[in-house]
Design a protein around this ligand. Structure first.
Ligand code: HSE
Length: 420
């Protein structure tokens, strides 16, 4: 049974009908689409499905006698409730819903194992990139040290355009015209989407229950073409990174724009592509890269889960439950240790650098380099770019506040963490 017939739902329905013979061969049982829940029965559709398959009555759809429920409605409600009701009946549920899995995944996984069902969610992160299954299975023997990812295609597209000298508003408009960014883009550009996906991945990587509210989040709206230019001169690209990293008995969990050395593979992931880099104690560094969204790549992930679910039903196997083995606290952001890039707009006068240097020095932050940029002799202003050595976030934030209060400083234009 299929809940939702939008772009992704349509792709799944098409594949299930057009590739029925191949699906049956791979699953070992025939797969028959019994019911499809849609919002509007009257809406014209390109896909012709057998008469009577569609319904706009959720109760009727949920009462369908079936083994597998595929949820592609998106959004938190009513998808969460529909998934819960299906799992309570012992069904296998396949979901592409990152918001539901990030916020309610732990509860849904435990409900599934209580009732003998299972929830599959490969499509919830990274579209067609296999990443949930590798974390659950292929890398399960590893102690994961870190996971660093570009998991929002819209923002990666915008940042790629900005790296060519375009300002944020124009790059966003471009992404909207191409259909990558929503008319209301906050979910992507403020980092919510990436935080949901990071919560899902980190929960698997560290066998812990990480809620998206515990992920520190910064979006991309503060970036300017100048940041990209200065970063490039220093040998870095700027990417919105989702990072989860083991640090002793805690984990770092954050989504923020970061300077990434140009030689790193993640720095070369451009446009709407996504990539996830996992570092395990046995496997070493592994990189997954590909299309993170779109009807066909998402259908690829959903259909694989459907085949998996059907195969396990055909074998009569009881699904093995997902086990959380630890409850790891998230390290407060103030304790993060990183290098920093700071861009400051100042009056071009004697003693400015001494004042700024003192603010950082007083807080124990060591400066690695200072470059003066964009001097405007007429206005007697200049822009300086500071790179620090590794320092504690709290000390850098205090230094920035003190720098901002200096009367020779017009403003701190931006500050970014460096992911060396
Ligand atoms: N809005 C998401 C992105 C796609 O831009 O990557 C769906 O997760």
């Amino acid at each position: 049974m299929l809940l939702g017939l939008g772009v992704v739902g349509g792709g799944v329905a098409r594949a299930l009908t057009e590739k029925a013979a191949r699906c049956a061969q791979r699953a070992g049982v025939p797969l028959v689409l019994r019911r499809v829940l849609v919002r509007d029965l009257e809406r014209p559709r390109l896909l012709t499905l057998p008469e009577g398959l569609l319904t706009d009555d959720a109760e009727e759809a949920l009462a369908t006698d079936c083994d597998i429920v595929v949820e592609v409605l998106g959004g938190e409600h009513p998808a969460t409730e529909y998934i819960e009701r299906s799992l309570a009946k012992g069904h296998r549920v396949v979901s592409a819903n990152k918001e539901v899995m990030a916020k309610h995944g732990a509860r849904l996984l435990s409900l599934a194992s209580e009732r003998g069902g299972e929830i599959f969610y490969e499509a919830s992160v990274g579209g067609g990139i296999p990443i949930i299954s590798p974390l659950k299975r292929d890398l399960s023997a590893n102690e994961i040290g870190s996971l660093r990812a570009i998991i929002n295609g819209t923002t990666n597209y915008i940042l790629t355009v900005m790296s060519g000298g375009v300002d944020f508003a124009s790059a966003l408009r471009d992404a909207q015209q191409l259909g990558y960014a929503e008319p209301k883009p906050a979910n992507d550009i403020d980092g919510h989407d990436a935080a949901y996906k990071l919560a899902i991945l980190a929960s698997l990587a560290f066998h812990t229950k990480l809620h998206p509210d515990d992920v520190y989040r910064e979006g991309i709206t503060r970036l300017t073409p100048r940041d990209f230019r200065y970063a490039a001169e220093l040998g870095y690209a700027i990417k919105l990174l989702a990072i989860a990293r083991r640090d002793g008995n805690a984990i770092e969990a954050r989504v923020n724009p970061a300077l990434v050395p140009q030689g790193e593979l993640l720095a070369k992931v451009d446009g709407v592509l996504n990539a996830v880099q996992v570092e395990g104690d046995l496997a070493g560094r592994v990189l997954f890269q590909g299309a993170g969204a779109g009807a066909l790549p998402t259908t690829s992930a959903i259909l694989a889960d459907v085949l998996d679910a059907a195969g396990s039903i055909a074998q009569g196997g009881r699904p093995s439950p997902w086990r959380y083995t630890s409850d790891i606290p998230v390290k407060p952001m103030s304790e993060l240790v990183s290098r920093y890039y700071i861009r400051v707009e100042v009056a071009d006068r004697p003693g400015v650098l001494a004042g700024i240097g003192k603010a950082f020095g007083d807080n124990g932050v060591s400066i690695a380099s200072v470059i003066q940029k964009e001097t405007d002799e007429k206005a007697q202003t200049a822009e300086i770019v500071i790179m620090t050595h590794a320092a504690r976030e709290a000390a850098v934030q205090t230094s920035i506040q003190q720098v901002e209060s200096l009367d020779v400083v017009r403003q701190v234009g931006n500050f970014l963490r460096v992911e060396d």
